[in-house]
Every structure is written in structure tokens, then in C-alpha cells.
Design a protein around this ligand. Sequence first.
Ligand SMILES: Nc1ncnc2c1ncn2[C@@H]1O[C@H](COP(=O)(O)OP(=O)(O)O)[C@@H](O)[C@H]1O
Ligand SMILES: [Mg+2]
Length: 347
Amino acid sequence: MSSAPLIEIDDLKVHFDTDEGVVKAVDGVSFEVSEGEMLGIVGESGSGKSVANMTILGLTRASNAAITGRIEFEGRDLLTLDEEGLQEIRGNGISMIFQDPLSALHPFFKIGNQLVEAIQIHQGLDDAAARARAIELLDLVGIPDSERRMGEYPHEFSGGMRQRVMIAMALTNDPKLLIADEPTTALDVTTQAQILRLIERLRQELGMAVIMITHDLGVIAEVADRVMVMYAGEVVEAGTLDQIFYDPQHPYTWGLLGSLTRVDQPRLARLAQIAGQPPSLINPPSGCHFRNRCPHEYAKCTEHPDLVQRAEGAALDRCWLPPEKKKTVRVVSSGEIGLEAPREPAA
Ligand SMILES: Nc1ncnc2c1ncn2[C@@H]1O[C@H](COP(=O)(O)OP(=O)(O)O)[C@@H](O)[C@H]1O
Ligand SMILES: [Mg+2]
């Protein structure tokens, strides 16, 4: 694995002007992904994961969207690229797959024809060569009897098989970066594990980088190199997989770890939940955005914490609690970490 960043996102902000006010969906997010690396992005629904990643491909551009910062991919700033340039990147460089593969497949056309068309758009092969390539891709993503299944329609595939087709579709342009936005969320646990293993195998075999977006830390526990935790449009913790799982610094991460589902283990008896709702992205709490849900809030938390390394050898985090205090208040038992019982809100 090379360490040169393939993509660099710097201080990305995506704000939507709405009737209710300005939604700060992404508010100063920075990260990079190296060639062949897998970055896991985790956070509850509404934390800005999809908006941040769709912005990479120019998919959030709209008249009510104010987008600032820098997204550099192979020496080009994607934020200032025109639509033609973006098409080129989407066709040759970065692919994205989503939670619901049905929405991205045309219901009235056979899988084979849709694949062949995508291949011809990207690679200009003749019919026979494109068809051969389509079958090869279906084989690669583990669809049995691929030649026959070329002639079937999307609804004839199970959810897991459909997601495999979507992944095959995403591979038609030989991406250097695959952005997988909750690719397993709609699937049962067994199928979920199979799709994860598939993406991991493809990453190894094809050497592509992957951004794996999920609301469930358990999904990336086995496969990510690094993890970025998002909350209310910001990154609240970022580090290696080991740092996040064995020495997490942010109380929100503790909560996520307490509520994760393990694909490889029976459900834990103690499943801590993070109490309360994610904040409004129009008026998040001043200071630490998590403080109204955090059992450890104190005076300092009304100031907005930067994302910096606060403990030696640890991940970067946005929590004011002194590192020694963190070690004592986070609940660690048999390798699992959860939130303490949240205190009652002050009357
Ligand atoms: N086009 C839009 N206009 C206004 N608000 C939006 C738009 N797209 C997304 N949002 C809001 O941005 C926030 C982040 O959304 P999203 O990135 O989809 O969250 P996640 O993927 O983490 O679940 C949500 O509050 C969502 O409602
Ligand atoms: Mg999303």
C-alpha cells in the first residue's frame, strides 16, 4: 500500500439554505484516503456522511447549497471542476454504491444489458467484448451462473445479489476509489457479512481504495484501516481501527461501541444505547455539539473543541474531558466499551 493520499478533503462545508434555516450538513470536515486503503466513516443517521461523500462526486450541487473547502483527487480540485470534468471522474476514477441497489438499477432492462451499456460508455468495447467483460465482472462479484443471469431483470435478484450487481456496475470503470454508502444496511446479517467480505476481497485484488460509510461500527470492525466518527456535520474522532476500538477518546464513540452489532458474534447482552436524538443541524448546541446527550458534560463543554490529539498514542478527538478522566469514566468490560447510564436532564 502506498502512503500517498489518493484523495484529500480539506475543511469541507456543505450548507443548505432551507425555509427553516441554514442546514449545516457538513461543517468543516477534513480527511484523506491513501491508495488501496479502506477508511470507515461512522455516525448516526443525519450526521452528514452521505452529503460529505456525495459532494466528492458533485452530487450535492444545487442552488440552495453553499459548498466550500477543497477536494483534491489526483491533482484536481473536484469542487471547482465543471460537469464535464466530474463526468470524467465518475466514469474513470471514483465509483459510488448506495444502500438501495434497486434505485440505481433500471427495473425494465436486463442486468446484462445495463452492464454492457455501462462498460461501453466507459471503455468503448464492441458488443461481444463488452458482453464478455460483463460476465467476467459478474463472476468477479460472486454471482453464480453469470451467463444465464445476464438475461434476468433486477427484481429477479435477491437483495444481496442485487448489491453484487451494483458493485459489478461500479467496477465497470476500474475505480481507484469506491465509495460504499451503507451498502449492507438493507441486508440481513449473513448477507451483510458476505457483501463486506466481497468488498474487502475486491479491494485486495484490484488495489482500489474504499470509503465504507455505515451507522454501525460493527460493519467496519474487521475491514477498515482507519475510522472517522461523524457527529452533527463534524468529525468528532479519527484514528486507526485499533485506536478507535481499543482506546476510544470521545464519549460519542463509546456510545457507538456500546451499541454495535457484531457480525461474527451473538448479540451482546448489554447493548448500551445513546440516549436522546441527534441535534438539529440548523441550531446545534453551541460548544461541543454532543454535550446535551453526554453524561460527562461540564463547564468547558460550552466551548467548541478542536479535532486534535489529546492523549499520547490516541486518535484525534473533539472532547474536552481530560485524557486520564476518560480512562476512568468510559465503561470497559470484556473488550466492549459503552456509555455509562446517561444522567437525567437537569430539571
Ligand atoms: N438537499 C438538502 N437540503 C437540505 N438538507 C439536506 C439536504 N441533503 C441532506 N440534508 C440534511 O443534511 C443532514 C445530513 O444528511 P446526510 O448526509 O444524508 O446524513 P447521513 O448520511 O449521515 O445519514 C441531514 O439533516 C439531512 O436532512
Ligand atoms: Mg446516509
